[in-house]
Design a protein around this ligand. Structure first.
Ligand code: ATP
Ligand code: MG
Length: 420
């Protein structure tokens, strides 16, 4: 099937509307890369010559809103889905770089200088991410940087001066390795050296941004493979020191086995729960088990009084440097603490009324799978199917995300209210 036919009608509609109003608009980034690889994109990004305000004029406030400070762009809503529409950027000049106190003037804190299509391609991170597809006209794939060839050779190559581009934004180091883990690509030699030499710079990125990246990584069925790429390139040590430390220990092996099983389930089920609490519980099960002395193969740990506090602290310790709220760490701990109750198989009715029961059930099921045990013992427990958007019972579902249909009737959703 030609690429054009694989692209969602919404993308074509949005691009066509921009073109009708006299702007340029192309599909760009990961979606073009994935379509060329024969993979269904998980989200679609659109690049345009229109400024964010002009995009809002085209789609009105009912169907769009402007977001971001570091990187301003428009979100456009179409048939229940949200699309990122970003204005062509160029590399900022030295004066335009917003220098912070103690900064060496290299880090890019904002990226809001508008430019042409070709300038936009050159400020993107990697050649395979700088391909455009003309969904409205007949230019097909537009490639200024040799991205098509690198895609064929499965090479991740930075655009421009490698060390400089990585120094500008250290999250690019992580993004390079994500492509390695996701697709089995390799890093071009200079980029590989730069990742090893400057990996430490990832610590300059904001911890909120790093946590967001971690959530994105783990939202992917190949999340475990991405962390393995981090580890193999000496990067995990900087990104997530505690995981790197236990990587080859029994707890690290269990953690990786849990992630591999979770990945298999995510790949097989588009509705696998996206709950942060379940994810954090999954990441914490092995370290908590190691702490509580559960060294016996196939067994969890003995119940001990007063361990709640220890476990909650352990979540914060193990997950450093990510900013985990106390609420989230308490939920992850509660999910883990349910597992020995599943193992003991007593007071089922009471356990089933626990607000985190559905996630405890899923985590216990993951645990059984990693131990090569059958899921039979779960048959005794009340059935439950965790929802995709998740949250303990009674919590409101989250707002629409890219690529997710929050409602099934196909009616357009309005953008969420702008926050004050
Ligand atoms: P995914 O499949 O995870 O969405 P993606 O490559 O589309 O992968 P996005 O975060 O959606 O990743 O970013 C869209 C595009 O924006 C990228 O393909 C790349 O061209 C550009 N981009 C994103 N982050 C950066 C960055 N830190 N520096 C330069 N360009 C970036
Ligand atoms: Mg994308």
């Amino acid at each position: 099937m030609p690429i054009r036919d694989k692209i969602r009608p919404s993308v074509r509609r949005i691009a066509a509307q921009l073109v009708e109003h006299g702007h340029e608009a192309y599909l760009v980034g990961g979606a073009v890369r994935d379509l060329l690889l024969g993979i269904e994109p998980k989200d679609y990004d659109i690049a345009t010559s229109a400024s964010p305000e002009e995009v809002r004029d085209v789609f009105t406030r009912r169907r769009s809103r402007i977001i971001g400070r570091r990187f301003r762009l428009a979100h456009v809503y179409d048939h229940g889905e949200v699309y990122e529409v970003s204005t062509f950027r160029r590399e900022p000049t030295a004066e335009e770089r917003c220098v912070r106190e103690g900064d060496d003037g290299v880090m890019l804190w904002r990226d809001n200088s508008y430019g042409t299509l070709e300038e936009d391609a050159r400020r993107r991170d990697f050649t395979v991410n700088a391909l455009y597809f003309d969904v409205v006209g007949d230019r097909g794939i537009i490639d200024f940087v040799g991205g098509v060839e690198d895609l064929e050779n499965q090479t991740v190559r930075a655009i421009g001066d490698t060390a400089m581009r990585m120094a500008e934004d250290p999250v690019r180091l992580l993004r390079a390795l994500k492509l390695v883990g996701l697709y089995g690509f390799h890093l071009e030699a200079e980029l590989e050296r730069t990742v090893r030499e400057y990996g430490e710079r990832i610590r300059l990125a904001s911890t909120n941004r790093l946590f967001e990246e971690l959530l994105k990584i783990m939202g992917n069925a190949r999340g475990g493979a991405i962390l393995a790429a981090f580890h193999d390139h000496g990067f995990l040590h900087w990104f997530w020191p505690c995981l790197d430390r236990i990587w080859d220990e029994p707890a690290g092996e269990l953690l990786r086995a849990l992630l591999a099983e979770r990945g298999r389930r995510q790949a097989a089920d588009n509705n696998y729960p996206a709950s942060k609490a379940l994810l954090l519980g999954t990441l914490m099960l092995a370290p908590i088990r190691a702490e509580l002395g559960g060294g016996t193969p196939g067994q969890l740990w003995e119940f001990q009084s007063g361990i709640d506090h220890v476990c909650r602290n352990l979540v914060h310790e193990f997950m450093a440097p990510f900013p985990i709220s106390r609420f989230l760490s308490a939920r992850a701990r509660d999910i883990c603490m349910l597992l020995p109750r599943f193992e003991a198989g007593i007071k089922r009715g009471r356990v089933a009324r626990h607000p985190e029961y559905q996630y405890g059930y899923e985590l216990y099921s993951l645990w059984l799978a990693t131990q090569g045990e059958s899921q039979e013992s779960l048959a005794e427990w009340p059935q439950c199917r965790p929802s995709k958007s998740g949250g303990p019972r009674g919590r409101r579902p989250r707002s629409p995300r890219q690529g997710h249909r929050p409602r099934t009737d196909g009616a357009p959703v309005s953008p969420p209210e702008e926050s004050a």
